[in-house]
Design a protein around this ligand. Sequence first.
Ligand code: CMP
Length: 132
Amino acid sequence: MSRTLLIIKPDAVERNLIGHIIARLERAGFRVLAMQMIKMSVDGAREFYAVHRGKPFYDNLVAFMTSGPVVPVLLEKENAVADLRALVGATNPEEAACGTIRSDIARSTERNSVHASDSDENAAREIAFFFP
Ligand code: CMP
């Protein structure tokens, strides 16, 4: 078993899609170990996305992620990181495979409804960030 982190982003929370997303995760075999609803601080969002500092979308990303509540979810499954990335789909919903969460509900590359850790190393860091 391994662990990964998913964040339900403000655009999905605002559209009442928390339950929809959690149901899809459970149907795909993920176990929810912990979850919470929080409003990220600007400093917290800047730190969480520090790897993107300096990129053209960084300031807008931080503004979006602090624009409303988010729901970080700690998940467990065999091959959790890769399986969650496959379920979530590409960053740009127009490039996301049919049947993925982003293909079905994301609005744009920025408002893409969910975040999923991209490696075991980042999953450990991101899990510790929200669930110390
Ligand atoms: P996420 O998986 O949360 O990781 C970084 C986020 O930056 C990404 O999803 C998008 O929401 C956002 N983003 C905005 N513009 C871009 C871009 N051009 N390339 C990658 N990510 C972007």
